[in-house]
Write a protein that binds this ligand. Structure first.
Ligand code: GRF
Length: 199
């Protein structure tokens, strides 16, 4: 694969995006962060992109009057910035058919559990870890998968397991998983770069 040019979509904090940007900056990862699109004008992710001097856009149904126009605009922005790999880093919206078709097998999402368990509508943020603890799971993990038109159903490309401790709370578990996500996402991108993971 030629040099990875990353386009991020994020809705809130963007800590995974930040970890990947840092890895690009310190050359742990041979890739360039090119653009961030957020559906949330007040997201920390937008502030982070600004801070990093990465072009950023707020695109949502507030800026575009329907889903089709929004889909077209997101695609236009990604192409404008020469993006060849799209990273969903806590992006809470579905992507439209134009973006999905153009970037087929080139859109990755990270999910804080062992998909296909604990995925789908409503399974985001703390809800995921709450459900894992409620089911008394002894292990959880992280999944990186390709993105399709549904939530969390695309082909799994990398997964790692983590233990759930008997004294874990939603807080301790989500913090521990998120910290690990940062490393795991970078590791996954490195493997894509090296051809160990084929998209
Ligand atoms: C992460 O837990 C990720 O797995 C999920 O959304 C969260 C995003 O966190 N898809 P951040 O915005 O990268 O801090």
């Amino acid at each position: 694969m030629k040099k990875i040019i990353l386009g991020f979509l994020a809705s809130h904090n963007g800590s995974n995006m930040q970890a990947i940007i840092n890895a690009c900056k310190n050359k742990t990862l041979n890739a360039s962060p090119a653009v961030l699109i957020s559906n949330n004008a007040d997201s920390v992710a937008l502030q982070r992109a600004k801070q990093e001097s990465i072009p950023y856009y707020h695109l949502s149904l507030k800026t575009h009057n329907n889903f089709e126009n929004l889909d077209n605009e997101i695609l236009k922005v990604l192409i404008k910035h020469n993006v060849n790999l799209v990273i969903l880093a806590g992006y809470m919206k579905k992507l439209g058919p134009k973006v999905l078709n153009y970037y087929k097998s080139r859109i990755l999402n990270i999910h804080p559990a062992l998909l296909p368990k604990y995925g789908g509508l409503g399974m985001y943020g703390k809800n995921v870890h709450k459900a894992v603890l409620a089911a008394n799971e002894k292990e959880t993990g992280i999944t990186v998968h390709l993105v399709d038109s549904e939530y969390d159903t695309g082909k799994i490309i990398n997964q790692c397991k983590m233990p759930v401790f008997c004294n874990d709370t939603v807080e301790t578990l989500s913090n521990r998983v998120l910290e690990q996500e940062h490393l795991f996402f970078i590791e996954t991108l490195q493997k894509i770069n090296e051809g160990i993971i084929k998209l």
